[in-house]
Design a protein. Sequence first.
Length: 252
Amino acid sequence: MHFDIATARIAVTTPDHDTLMADLETRMRAEQGFALATINLDHLVKLGRDAGFRDAYQRQDIVVADGNPIVWLSRIARRPVALIPGSDLIAPLAELAARTGTPVALFGSRPEVLERAAMQLEACFPGLVVTARIAPPMGFDPTGPAAERLLADLSESGARLCLLALGAPKQEQFAAFGRSRAPKIGFVSIGAGLDFIAGQQTRAPRLVRALALEWLWRLMSDPGRLAARYWLCFMILPGQIRAALRLRRAAR
């Protein structure tokens, strides 16, 4: 499954969770860095408006489907991919890091959130070592001099897996920036995932997620911030459905 946006083609590279985890284990054992992004409708909106974001996405090694609309579009196109939300990657990645002896860094959010998330993860996954907790300052430029310094701190910490909680597009831009400068580190963009782990935000109940209504739960929790964002997502759906149908016809 792929999306053509301006002059960029953004492909969902990994079809399912098992394939993803096998790939990540191979990379982590070999200390082979990577950048992983989780695409959703909000990202598609931003990708259409931001050339820098498109460039960062094209430099991701792995892209998975974070959001049921991406999964539904892939089915329409007859190029199905499985749902792999970024927040759902934290636990399996922590388990994998503990099992492979991969040191982990938490990057983004606020210091108190990072500390609580680190304590929670280390308690839940014996053997996991969180070697760095880095909360960039407000106005952080993900490709500027401060990013260079923080990448040096990450490398010095010994971390080989970095969970990025900066939000889009900063986390994907920082991952792309760090990919060449810290080639042994795997960067995974997880959005609000650390806030969920730390108890700072409440995620939708499992049943709500199973019914594909997590977006509604989030909207009701924070309408002021999310109403306009979700409206823009709904606005691009017809065009994305038409594009998926074109892919379907091309596959015949």
